[in-house]
Write a protein that binds this ligand. Structure first.
Ligand SMILES: Nc1ncnc2c1ncn2[C@@H]1O[C@H](COP(=O)(O)OP(=O)(O)O)[C@@H](O)[C@H]1O
Ligand SMILES: Nc1ccn([C@@H]2O[C@H](COP(=O)(O)OP(=O)(O)O)[C@@H](O)[C@H]2O)c(=O)n1
Length: 202
């Protein structure tokens, strides 16, 4: 079997059951920006799957090189790698609520999380943004990322279009999905997010 077994499962849930929010949206839809605001307003720990992978990518190892090659191609890193990085980050934090940003990117990601970590998210946010706005934002991001170039962006958008919808549909059917229109200013978008979290009081 592809994923880890029950032996490593449940060691997060055995001692506590944190409130988990997945944050979805295309490249440049503003996930990271809004997560920073949510984290500071509502006391969440912010885990970015992309940041965890970029940190691992900088290691001079076979795994680091594999991650780098996949990110350059705008593809999805094997779920087992990403979920184990998320798991380690959750376990080394004492927070009781997490935003997991940029995850799950695919059904494979989603199933790996459930299999390895053994829980479902409490809430799923989806920042819905038109493609041309996402391209504009990514090209203006200017953080020196190896994948923020027009060639890789086109590939990332294709991968997003292909793999995101089944994940959205899955959580929508479970009544866990909150779709937020991600156009407008950062403040305008956060106003909608703030309203949602204020009403949930996680
Ligand atoms: N509502 C917004 N309007 C304009 N630019 C934005 C908005 N939200 C984020 N940005 C900018 O767009 C870029 C991508 O945002 P980011 O939060 O990194 O997106 P993601 O994490 O979804 O890839 C960043 O440079 C950010 O400052
Ligand atoms: N769950 C994830 C998240 C990111 N990634 C990889 O990391 C890249 C950057 O993801 P990110 O979430 O930091 O950035 P954005 O695409 O949202 O701008 C993606 O294009 C994927 O190659 C992944 O493979 N699996």
């Amino acid at each position: 079997m592809l994923f880890a077994t029950d032996a490593v499962k449940d060691d997060i849930t055995a001692s506590r059951r944190p409130f988990i929010t997945f944050v979805l949206g295309g490249p440049g839809s503003g996930k990271g920006t809004q997560c920073a605001r949510i984290a500071s307003a509502f006391g969440f720990a912010h885990l970015s799957a992309g940041d965890l992978l970029r940190e691992e990518m900088s290691c001079d190892s076979k795994k680091g090189k594999l991650i780098r090659d996949i990110i350059m191609e705008g593809k999805i890193v094997p779920s087992e790698i990403t979920v184990h990085l998320i798991k380690e980050a959750i376990m080394s934090s004492s927070a009781d609520r997490f935003l997991i940003d940029g995850f799950p990117r695919s059904e494979e990601n989603r199933i790996a999380f459930e299999t390895i970590i053994g829980v479902e998210p409490n809430l799923v946010l989806f920042f819905d943004c038109p493609e041309e706005e996402m391209v504009k934002r990514v090209l203006g991001r200017n953080q020196g990322r190896i994948d923020d170039n027009i060639e890789t962006i086109k590939k990332r958008l294709k991968v997003f279009e292909m793999l995101n919808l089944p994940v959205i549909n899955y959580y929508s059917a479970k009544g866990k999905l909150y779709k937020i229109n991600a156009t407008g200013t950062v403040d305008e978008i956060f106003e909608k997010v703030r309203h949602l979290f204020g009403s949930l009081r996680p």
